[in-house]
Design a binder for this molecule. Structure first.
Ligand SMILES: Nc1ncnc2c1ncn2[C@@H]1O[C@H](COP(=O)(O)OP(=O)(O)OP(=O)(O)O)[C@@H](O)[C@H]1O
Ligand SMILES: [Mg+2]
Length: 347
């Protein structure tokens, strides 16, 4: 958010706006949930001025008030489920990755987190009958992991029937004329799928936060399109934050920024009926203050915000254990899948 917008708040001049900005209070939403004491310390202003600023930010931020159970139900009825392409996993998740939720996929290097995000970016574009959401994807790439070649592999790896239905949905053929064996059609489908994945590289954590705001614009602007944005992937959510905020003293600031970022992502999910999938590594160094090497980075904030947490574990060869951890309406449990040249496949 620009300084000028912060200066619209009562009693905020250029100097205060600058201080707020520097300390990560760079959105109405972030300010709205701050405490007067915190803001007063940060911006060198009195507590009552801080309270005025917070109240104004609350009005401007549209933090949301109460809504009726009926409205909540109506919105929940719109929830879509996106297939992983793996029956056992879809079953574990109660149908697939949900829209209007954040799903966190965590695990060590090579566990297959990036493969999952790639596969979902393909699957989201499939007809609903085949577990897709007939939508497009946004891919925020913080580790330079996005590979169009993998998308190509994964499209070609889909079952013939799914491919043919996708060719029709993508309007590459007249109804009834799709042919999964036709190389020209396959190539056209790969191209069409790649066209519907909006990729942006995040160069650092602030840039990543900005990209989440852009994602909201892109997603909301697409809702009347043929393939509205139905999936937002952030791969990896935490890498930049982890690299930039290294000392113990910086932990609070890191968590505050991560918290804001997650709320921005949640908003994209809620407002656009979009699935949000973020990846996260486990702490690889047991001596580090990130703690337990089987626990995801980011601590509690991430734990409370992500609605579904999935722990991906390497097993023999290309076998992977998919474990559901702390899901609200589902039993914890495990599923098995494989990651191969064609993407995610049944065990
Ligand atoms: N073309 C391919 N053919 C077969 N398997 C592949 C292919 N590409 C990737 N894989 C499998 O996926 C694994 C890499 O998974 P991925 O990159 O998703 O890991 P990650 O969890 O994202 O790791 P990191 O934490 O390093 O980002 C490889 O070890 C391999 O098993
Ligand atoms: Mg990865």
């Amino acid at each position: 958010m620009a300084n000028e917008d912060l200066e619209d708040l009562p009693g905020v001049g250029p100097a205060t706006a600058e201080k707020l900005q520097e300390n990560g209070f760079d959105s109405y939403q972030g300010i709205a949930v701050a405490s007067p004491g915190e803001l007063s310390n940060t911006a060198d202003i009195g507590e009552s001025s801080a309270a005025d600023i917070i109240n104004a930010a609350r009005d401007a931020a549209d933090i949301g008030g109460f809504e009726t159970g009926a409205t909540v139900l109506e919105r929940r009825e719109q929830i879509g489920k996106l297939t992983w392409n793996v029956d056992e996993v879809d079953e574990l998740l109660g149908g697939g990755v949900e829209t209007q939720s954040i799903t966190e996929v965590y695990g060590e290097f090579g566990a297959g987190k990036s493969q999952v995000t790639h596969q979902l970016a393909v699957n989201v574009q499939l007809p609903a009958e085949y577990g897709g959401l007939e939508g497009s994807a946004i891919f925020v790439d913080s580790e330079d992991t996005f590979r169009p070649e993998r998308i190509d592999d994964m499209v070609r790896g889909l079952p013939d029937e799914t491919l043919e239905a996708a060719m029709e949905l993508h309007e590459l053929v007249e109804e009834g004329e799709a042919d999964a064996g036709d190389e020209d059609l396959l190539e056209a489908l790969v191209e069409s799928v790649l066209d519907k994945i909006h990729v942006a590289k995040a160069f650092n954590s602030n840039h990543q936060i900005l990209l989440a705001e852009k994602a909201q614009e892109l997603a909301s602007g697409s809702q009347d399109d043929d393939f509205p944005v139905r999936l937002l992937c952030v791969d990896s959510l935490t890498a930049h934050f982890r690299a930039e905020y290294v000392g113990r003293g910086e932990l609070a600031e890191r968590q505050q920024k991560l918290n804001k970022h997650l709320h921005d992502l949640m908003r994209v999910g809620d407002l656009n009926n979009t699935a949000v999938v973020v990846t996260n590594q486990v702490a690889s160094n047991p001596d580090s203050f990130f703690g337990d090497p089987t626990q995801p980075i980011g601590g509690n904030i991430l734990g409370h915000t992500s609605t579904f947490r999935i722990y991906l574990r390497k097993s023999k060869g290309n076998k992977r254990i998919v474990k559901l951890v702390d899901a609200p309406n589902l039993a914890d449990g495990e599923a098995v899948m494989r990651v191969d040249g064609d993407g995610l496949i049944d065990e």
